[in-house]
Write a protein that binds this ligand. Structure first.
Ligand SMILES: Nc1ncnc2c1ncn2[C@@H]1O[C@H](COP(=O)(O)OP(=O)(O)OP(=O)(O)O)[C@@H](O)[C@H]1O
Length: 262
């Protein structure tokens, strides 16, 4: 799928990382479009987290470039990159209320500080958490805590939001709810999101495009439909398609519906 140059938000060029003599990212190149939800899908150890940590600046690459809105940010500090990150464990401040958690980083920025209350209120309202604004994180469900973590990131209006397996820590019911909410939030805020996951269904449900990785390489980068209909190689057939078909078959078995009835 071709991307027009003016649509590119983030551009990664020949990103290479070596840990203790092992090539963990093998010269990855890819673009992310403005407003796109891109999933990075791969098994444990394929380099997903390393990629995310390099993008946000928590880890440095051995070589390669990261361009955001055409500007080279490869060597900037994390807080200078204009990106936000949402971790699996939410990382909320336990002693602060929901409102204080969202307002905290806004107050640290002199430019937005005067409007910190207004921005925190608007974001919490949009995300449906204003009614819980005086609660501490421990008084919230896992899904609600995750929503606060998302509100805290969105309030800072980052150019790109990175999500490190944000759904995996939730129980099955909350995971389904969060999946739907995440998609809604992304549409509402028109955010550019890069979502790390090892769950095939999650990636297929949420993404505009999926980047499938194995052992530091990109195996395929395309829309869910194109990947399903035109798997690039045997790895995609085994790791992605076979898994999805298996899930579909067990779903049909549970509901008593055959594939011809779809
Ligand atoms: N700080 C580090 N020092 C040495 N090796 C590391 C370091 N961080 C990651 N690695 C190695 O790099 C490889 C990729 O790890 P990474 O965490 O990026 O994979 P992943 O796809 O995110 O896996 P998971 O889903 O289990 O988190 C692994 O072999 C891992 O052991």
């Amino acid at each position: 799928m071709e991307i027009l140059k003016q649509d590119i938000k983030l551009s990664v060029r020949k990103l290479y990382k070596n840990f203790d003599g092992k090539d963990v990212l093998k010269h990855l190149s890819f673009d992310v479009k403005e407003g796109e939800f891109l999933s990075v899908l791969g098994p444990s150890g394929c380099g997903k987290t390393t990629l995310l940590r390099i993008l946000i600046g928590l880890e440095s690459q051995n070589s390669g470039e990261i361009l955001l809105d055409g500007k080279d940010i490869s060597n900037l500090r994390p807080n200078e990159r204009g990106m936000g990150i949402i971790f699996q464990n939410y990382a909320l401040f336990p002693n602060m209320t929901v409102f204080e958690n969202v307002e905290y980083a806004l107050k640290l920025n002199p430019e937005v500080k005067p409007r910190s209350k207004e921005i925190a209120t608007a974001t919490l309202e949009q995300i449906g958490m204003m009614e819980h604004c005086d609660k501490k994180p421990s008084q919230l469900s896992g899904g609600q805590q995750q929503r606060v973590a998302i509100a805290r990131t969105l309030a800072l209006n980052p150019k790109v939001i990175l999500l490190d397996e944000p759904i995996s820590a939730l129980d099955v019911t909350n995971r389904e709810i969060m999946k739907r909410e995440l998609k809604e939030i992304q549409r509402k805020f028109n955010s550019t999101m890069i979502f790390i996951t090892h769950e095939q269904e999650e990636a297929f449900y949420l993404s505009d495009r999926i980047m499938v990785m194995s052992e530091g390489n990109i195996e395929q980068l395309d829309t869910p439909r194109n990947i399903y209909e035109h798997p690039a190689n045997q790895y995609i057939k085994d790791f992605v398609i076979a898994h999805l078909d298996q899930k579909l078959a067990s779903l049909e078995k549970c509901t008593g519906r055959g594939s011809h009835e779809k």
